[in-house]
Write a protein that binds this ligand. Structure first.
Ligand code: CP
Length: 312
């Protein structure tokens, strides 16, 4: 396949330009990647000879580690740029940083940045396949893919499933990416939080409804996702008192009793236990939080394979 006839998107920055078929192929291929991860030798040669660069300007545990493992499981070389120990502290710009890394013949970039749109700029500056590992409050596409995969793994389909996403929607790139992805794959999304943390403009998205009532949100839900309260991105005034927030929006066993029988609990992590999610919900039989983590590695293998194999 040559680049000129290849209609696949070159980057995964958000889901713009990604067809339902392509998105489904990513989920389907993750099944194969999970099988690889179950083998005694968890390695395949798919990305041999390629170098993947992770560029994280914000902290991460799950996304960075799982991307690095995903690339290594497929035999790529991995180089990790750590903003805190880089020449950024001497005033180097994002553009010069990315152009410098590109000059080392890196084949793909995986980028996390606090600014919305930063991943697009990395794609422009590098000219290399770029994966958005979270930019500001805008998008976190691989998180949404692993969330969709976890729901599909549980129920066999996303068609007709209702996913309630509860908490700090305003600051959540995870909520936005899920609201973009899940309805395209046939699911219904309900976004829920206090009015100050629930941007009204999201109501215009197809397949997405908004409510400030968590009990309403979980009624008929097959999956309930708690969102972290992102106080580091919050100005004063968004939140009343924490006890009020917990009483209204914490995902806990009492709230889950109002969801469908067999409903699952999700959280993208990191979790603030006993704030947006109770310990019993985080650790109970309905929790699929660690399943999300496990699936994240397979999804990221699938995304890397999709973007990099066949493009040389
Ligand atoms: N869900 C998520 O993005 O977690 P990290 O910040 O640990 O990568």
């Amino acid at each position: 396949m040559t680049a000129s006839t290849d209609l696949r998107p070159r980057h995964l920055l958000d889901f713009h330009g990604w067809s339902r078929d392509r998105l489904t192929a990513i989920l389907d291929n993750a099944d194969t990647m999970l099988a690889v991860l179950d083998r005694p030798v968890r390695k395949v040669p798919a990305l041999q000879g390629l170098t993947v660069c992770t560029v994280f300007f914000e902290n991460s545990t799950r996304t960075r580690i799982s991307f690095e493992l995903a690339a290594r499981r497929m035999s790529a070389d991995v180089v990790s740029f750590a903003a805190s120990s880089s020449s950024l502290s001497k005033g180097e710009s994002l553009r010069d940083t990315i152009e410098t890394l590109s000059a080392y013949k890196v084949d793909a970039f995986i980028v996390r940045h606090e600014a919305s749109g930063a991943a697009h700029r990395v794609a422009q500056f590098s000219g290399k396949p770029t994966i958005n590992a979270g930019d500001g409050r805008r998008a976190h596409p691989t998180q949404a893919l692993l969330d969709a995969y976890t729901v599909r793994q549980e129920f066999g389909t996303l068609e007709g499933k209702r996913v309630a996403i509860i908490g700090d929607v305003r600051h959540s790139r995870v909520a936005r990416s899920n609201a973009e992805l899940l309805p395209r794959l046939g699911a219904e999304v309900v976004l829920c939080g206090p009015a100050t943390l629930l941007p009204r403009e999201l109501a215009g998205m197809p397949g997405v409804t908004l409510t400030t009532n968590a009990r309403e949100a979980v009624k008929g839900a097959d999956a309930v996702m708690a969102l972290r309260l992102q106080t580091e991105r919050m100005d004063a005034g968004y939140l009343g008192s924490l006890p009020e927030y917990i009483a209204g929006y914490q995902v806990n066993e009492a709230l889950m009793e109002r969801a469908n029988e067999g409903a699952i609990v999700l959280h993208p992590g990191p979790m603030l236990r006993d704030l947006e999610i109770s310990a019993d919900a985080a650790d109970g039989p309905q929790s699929r939080v660690l399943k999300q983590v496990e699936n994240g590695q397979a999804i990221r293998m699938s995304v890397l394979y999709h973007l990099l194999v066949g493009r040389q």
